[in-house]
Design a protein. Structure first.
Length: 301
């Protein structure tokens, strides 16, 4: 009897361990599937190319407008960054590379400038055309890259244009014009005098031109909805504003001295011929007066 109880207990313990191990395996498989599903969602909704470690100061300074909240509005984003002059080129190139890695279907570079007017004076700009769903996220990561370079966001702006109303209006107008054109084409195809058909053909051609113009305008408006322009501006003067810069102040003071000396030199160059002429005239008058005879009774000088 004792042997039977011991054997039964061992069987139950082994069965419990097997069940526990099976439950752990099932939970592990479910967890792996959930992690894989979450990873797939991240890849679709948050492209890996845009993942930038956020700066402690980033996130709240960038305004946001969800395209889903205003589907008929074409938005445009503008950011002005203040960065040290020697770091602007690196940050600008980093932003450009991020756009290139996204691919031309989601991001295109439409303009890029870099201008250095002095040792500590740099102005640059990068213009992009982005997928509307990525525009705000790109701005957040652009700010994070700026803050990693010890720069800051000076100001930002979001503009919007209601193009959906224009698209619907043009669509209705195109439908009405196409109906008129269909009626005209039926009248042109019907038997009748050639003189009357010439006038009808002219009217039909005018309708076709109007339809093409409206279709082109509608296509432009749809393109505006499909892409979001983003402008990134970089300025060293904005970075230096509000910071004591004794070296910059000394350079500016020396520049003022140089410009003052230059303006004085220009002024003297302009006045020198007139001063020389006036001096020659004065010497000539004095020489003539010395040679003139003195009146009688006037003491000699």
């Amino acid at each position: 009897m004792r042997r039977f109880l011991v054997t039964t207990g061992l069987v139950l313990v082994l069965a419990g361990c097997g069940a526990e191990q099976s439950d752990q395996d099932i939970r592990a498989e479910r967890g792996g599937a959930e992690n894989a599903s979450a990873a797939a969602d991240v890849d679709l909704e948050s492209p890996r190319e845009l993942v930038v470690p956020p700066s402690p100061r980033s996130g709240s300074n960038v305004p946001e407008v969800r395209p889903e909240a205003a589907p008929d509005v074409a938005f445009g984003y503008s950011y002005n960054f203040g960065i040290a002059a020697d770091r602007i080129a690196g940050v600008q190139q980093r932003h450009a590379r991020t756009c290139e890695e996204l691919g031309t279907s989601r991001c295109r570079i439409t303009g890029m400038t870099y201008r250095r007017s002095g040792e500590d004076s740099v102005e640059a700009q990068l213009k992009l055309a982005l997928d509307p769903r990525l525009a705000h996220r790109f701005g957040e990561n652009a700010l994070a890259a700026v803050q990693e370079a010890e720069g800051e966001l000076v100001d930002s702006e979001i503009t919007g244009t209601d193009v959906g109303t224009g698209i619907r209006r043009d669509t209705r107008s195109i439908a009405d014009l196409q109906e008129e054109l269909r009626i005209l084409e039926q009248r042109i195809a019907a038997p009748g005098r050639d003189e009357a058909k010439i006038r009808l053909r002219e009217q039909a051609e005018q309708l076709r031109r109007q339809i093409r113009m409206l279709e082109d305008n509608r296509a432009d408006q749809r393109d505006a909805l499909a892409t979001t322009p983003v402008t990134l501006a970089y300025s060293s003067s904005a970075y230096n504003a509000g910071r004591p810069d004794f070296g910059g102040a000394a350079d500016k003071a020396w520049d003022q001295v140089l410009w003052g000396g230059y303006m004085l030199f220009v002024l003297l160059s302009l006045l020198a011929p007139w001063l020389l002429a006036a001096g020659l005239v004065w010497l000539a008058v004095r020489a003539v007066r010395k040679r003139m005879p003195k009146p009688a009774g006037e003491p000699a000088a």
